[in-house]
Design a protein around this ligand. Structure first.
Ligand SMILES: C[S@@+](CC[C@H](N)C(=O)[O-])C[C@H]1O[C@@H](n2cnc3c(N)ncnc32)[C@H](O)[C@@H]1O
Length: 163
């Protein structure tokens, strides 16, 4: 096979991957919106406040346009800058201070960034505070993060949020 053909082939694969990743990004935003809507509806139904974990305006696409709302209160390590009620802090600390069965919880693409032992503690707190009324959006499906998973010393972003 000619070198030029190999270059063309690699170029085609890269362009295809980037385009497909963009489509997956739009699909993620669709899931953010629809899952948030379900969480909000449930919170109004059961008359419990909606706690949003993860700023709607963080992340690459979120900084351009948010695809979900702030709920009644929003928590993120960097705060939720466009939300009326924002808590800037670690999600585990915030959850620990909330009573049992007190909130509906919506979380979007935050748990992937937390190391495993702590994630387990957060999951227990989410279960306690939401009593199962928990709505989540995962980064997967994604091609690029799955490829990065094979890069040594690169933290995985594709594990299921609660595993
Ligand atoms: C990729 S961004 C996702 C942003 C947004 N939730 C979304 O779905 O587009 C990951 C977010 O997780 C937040 N985060 C990471 N660890 C956290 C922790 N321990 N407690 C609260 N927020 C955390 C980061 O500050 C960042 O805003």
């Amino acid at each position: 096979m000619k070198i030029k053909t190999i270059y063309h082939f690699i170029f085609f694969i890269i362009i295809f991957t980037l385009l497909f990743e963009l489509i997956l990004g739009f699909y993620r935003n669709y899931r953010r919106k629809t899952t948030y809507d379900k969480a909000l509806k449930k919170s109004r139904e059961v008359k419990k406040p909606l706690l949003v974990i993860g700023s709607p305006n963080a992340g690459f696409l979120g900084s351009i346009k948010s695809h979900y709302g702030c709920g009644d209160v929003c928590v993120d390590l960097v705060g939720c800058n466009k939300c009326e009620k924002s808590i800037k802090g670690d999600i585990l600390d915030v959850l620990k201070n909330l009573p049992d069965n007190s909130h509906v919880i919506f979380e979007s693409c935050v748990l992937e960034y937390i190391e495993k032992p702590k994630k387990k503690l957060i999951f227990n707190e989410i279960k306690r505070v939401s009593n199962g009324l928990f709505f989540e959006v995962r980064i997967n499906p994604t091609i690029i993060a799955n490829i990065l998973d094979y890069v040594p010393y690169f933290d995985s972003l594709v594990e299921n949020g609660l595993n």
